[in-house]
Design a protein around this ligand. Structure first.
Ligand code: ADP
Length: 736
């Protein structure tokens, strides 16, 4: 019983009870028996939505009650704010919460005063590298979605971060929350934790496969689905609606998610009350207000009819609107890519996995998804307290496939997770950081540290880690990041690279490029330089792009920093062109091209523009710091014009404007479009803005009084009020 829990801050058990949590779920009870409230380490491998967060809360709150400090590591930034909001409920019991996202290289010292800190694994890694002092004070760490150690991109960071935190404090309580995986026992071994392994769910889950008209369930029952001419997905959604239930549809690409949402809107629109319709119209307006792009419009049109899509290309504001209206049951169906299954809390009566194959660029062609991933989608079915049960359905195209899907996904156990640490790109960055932040001073100490990772627990390939480690050390030494005699030492440059959170290979590329820069590098040259580093996800070349960008490459060859590979070096040349396409996007953005035109030209979503812009800003900032580091340490110093050019290119990409607007665009609430309008009205700088005739400013800002006053205030004008500006002056200004 919750009432029997001890060791929590005063008022917390009563708080849980007021939330309707009276009795512990069985896996929660197991965790308590294993000592979760007494500082014991636990690996909890239990299904989605079975109360994992509650287990984490017990660990963190009891730790704080003993005077400690807890860290909750999330896999995605979007989850950081969701968790923070959840934990803020405990502030009334004297527990303070801090969330750390944002820039990679700040030390986050302000977090020292917080009891519970929420951050992504990359952020924690970066804080450790930058020597955040409070890391020494941690008494409890929670790793959410720890099965992601299996992920080649993000897994190694989580693994190394946990190893470092446990090294700093050998008594650290470690709580790892995982989806049901094949080898949770190995993770428990690695973390010296007790395993709580359970398939218990608070709400029944029926799993099934639809073939033709018949829905076959794992309990042996069948349901006849009235379909008529309807497609499978539409029929399933309609059927759920007949029962007042909502559906989540998983598809394999963004484009498919958008198309499905549009089609399913024709189903949901017939199931809305007048009240719902009018509320949805308001939500649609809100969506259009976020940005005036085609994606925004498509989303608003679907939402008006009770259907929505959700994928990583959406602006984050759009994503949270969609999640909210779905939880409020206004939107009846979301068509989503699998990112939604891993992320936020959006349970639904029925989950429909329409696509269980996905295009895989590495292997080529369509590949079936992992059982683990499909089961996570399944896990989103059933809202406790709202639905009598959840239902998860796959769709078969043939009779053989019906059996296949049962074997492959419905009955199958999830795969084991495997560490991806022993890959060179991962070790390159983590070995440098491990040495630079003082976790290893010799090769033996380094290997000893790496022995604490999951990789070392799992591998039976003796010597592989040593071999890769040697190769990586050679690389780091060759590029001037490390010095090696009987000890290992990071150079000034190496320390910089580690603190900037750069892949050492990105740093090497940038340094070579900057050294090759002769006089004044152009913005495109710099954008290309950062776009060809492994830290930038480049845009793909689509059909026709090879010719298009080859032509541009020759036209603008003098601007590139470094040597363009020849067309015969197939792979290298292709990479060069992908980087060029990415650089052109950044150039378009910095030349004030409309967002809408950019999304069209590159066939990407508005969220993608943001992503590229943020990465470019970070990499250019890093380039600027590397340039000053080189100037400090090098005999052959870089021309100062290079540093200036890097700074300017970074600012232009940050604000998305031409050089002449940099001053204005930096004023809060101004932004790229308003800066251009002000400039056109003769207001060319902050100084102008402070002096200008208010009616002119108002006119340039399209008569928006409130906005104008805010901007005048932000630029430091003494009397920002527009009370002295007459309505007719305003009208005149607007007319001109
Ligand atoms: P997970 O983190 O496993 O996805 P959550 O911890 O978010 O799942 O729990 C899902 C829901 O179940 C939440 O709304 C939570 O308040 C509720 N819940 C958790 N534990 C209990 C319990 N013992 N009794 C009743 N409800 C609970």
């Amino acid at each position: 019983k919750v009432a029997d829990l001890t060791g929590l801050p005063d008022g917390v058990p009563e708080h849980f009870q007021s939330q309707g949590i009276e009795e512990l779920y069985p896996p929660q009870a197991e965790a308590v028996e294993a000592g979760i409230t007494d500082g014991e380490s636990i690996v909890a491998s239990i299904p989605t939505a079975s109360g994992k967060t509650f287990i984490a809360e017990l660990a963190m709150l009891s730790s704080v009650a003993r005077g400690g400090k807890a860290l909750y590591i999330v896999p995605l930034r979007a989850l950081a704010s969701e968790k923070k909001e959840e934990f803020e409920e405990f502030e009334q019991y004297g527990v303070s919460i801090g969330v750390s996202t944002g820039n990679y290289d700040s030390d986050g010292d302000w977090l020292a005063t917080k009891d519970i800190i929420v951050a992504t694994s990359e952020k924690v890694d970066s804080l450790v590298r930058n020597g955040a002092k409070w890391v020494d004070d941690l008494s409890c760490v929670v790793a959410d979605e720890v099965h992601l150690v299996n992920d080649a991109h993000r897994g190694p960071t989580l693994e190394v971060t946990l190893a470092k935190l446990r090294r700093v404090n050998p008594n650290l309580q470690t709580v790892a929350l995982s989806a049901t995986v094949g080898n949770a026992d190995e993770m428990a071994d690695w973390l010296d934790a007790t395993l709580v392994d359970s398939s218990w769910r608070p709400i029944d889950l029926r799993k099934g496969v639809l073939y033709g008209q018949a829905l076959h369930f794992d309990d042996g029952t069948q349901q006849e689905l009235a379909r008529g001419k309807q497609k499978e997905t539409a029929a399933l959604v309609e059927d759920t609606l007949g029962d007042e239930g909502s559906s989540l549809v998983f598809v394999n690409s963004r484009r498919n998610a958008e198309a499905a949402a549009k089609r399913l809107a024709d189903v949901t629109k017939n199931h809305l009350t007048d009240e719902e319709r009018s509320k949805l119209r308001e939500v649609a307006d809100e969506i259009r207000d976020v940005s005036d792009t085609e994606t925004s419009d498509d989303l608003a049109n679907a939402v008006e009819k009770g259907s929505a899509f959700h994928h990583a290309g959406l602006a984050s504001e759009h994503r949270s609107i969609v999640e909210d209206v779905f939880r409020d049951r206004l939107v009846k169906v979301i068509s989503a890519t699998p990112t939604l299954a891993a992320g936020v809390n959006t349970p639904s009566r029925r989950v429909i996995v329409r696509d269980w194959r996905r295009y895989d660029g590495d292997v080529g062609g369509m590949q079936p998804l992992d059982v683990l991933e499909i089961h996570q989608m399944f896990g989103r079915a059933g809202r406790p307290g709202l639905d009598p049960y959840g239902e998860a359905v796959l769709i078969a195209k043939s009779h053989e496939e019906l059996q296949e899907l049962f074997d492959q996904y419905v009955w199958a156990d999830p795969e084991a997770v495997h560490s991806k640490l022993a890959a060179e790109p991962a070790l390159r960055t983590h070995i440098l950081a491990t040495v630079a932040s003082g976790f290893a001073g010799t090769e033996d100490e380094l290997l000893d540290f790496l022995e604490r990772t999951l990789y070392a627990t799992q591998t039976d390939e003796t010597g592989r880690l040593e071999t890769v480690t040697q190769r990586v050390l050679d690389y780091l030494e060759r590029n001037g990041f490390l010095e090696r005699d009987d000890r290992l030492r990071a150079t000034g440059l190496g320390h910089r690279v580690s603190q900037l959170y750069l892949d050492p290979m990105s740093a090497a590329e940038i340094i070579d490029g900057l050294r090759a820069a002769e006089d004044d590098p152009t913005a495109l040259g710099l954008y290309h330089l950062v776009s060809r580093t492994p830290d930038m996800y480049q845009l793909y070349l689509r059909s026709g792009d090879r010719e298009r960008y080859t032509e541009i490459a020759y036209e603008r060859e003098p601007e590139f920093l470094g040597h363009m590979p020849s067309e015969f070096e197939d792979h290298a040349f292709e990479d060069w062109l992908s980087a060029l396409k990415t650089a052109r996007l950044l150039e378009d953005w910095a030349s004030e091209l409309d967002e809408d035109r950019i999304t069209e030209r590159y066939a990407i979503g508005p969220g993608d523009i943001r992503g590229k812009v943020d990465t470019a800003e970070w990499l250019l900032n890093a380039a600027e710091r590397l340039a000053s580091e080189l100037q400090r340490s090098d005999e052959e110093s870089l021309p100062s014009a290079t540093t200036t050019a890097v700074r300017e290119a970074r600012k232009r990409v940050q604000y998305g404007v031409e050089e002449e607007l940099l001053d204005l665009a930096g004023v809060r609430n101004v932004g790229r479009k308003r800066a251009r309008r002000l400039y056109a009205a003769g207001i060319e700088s902050r100084a102008d803005l402070r002096e200008a005739d208010k009616s002119v400013v108002l006119g340039a800002l399209r008569g928006r009084r409130k906005t104008t006053e805010t901007i005048l205030e932000n630029v430091g004008r003494k009397d920002p009020s527009l009370d002295d500006v007459e309505a007719d002056a305003e009208a005149k200004a607007t007319a001109t």
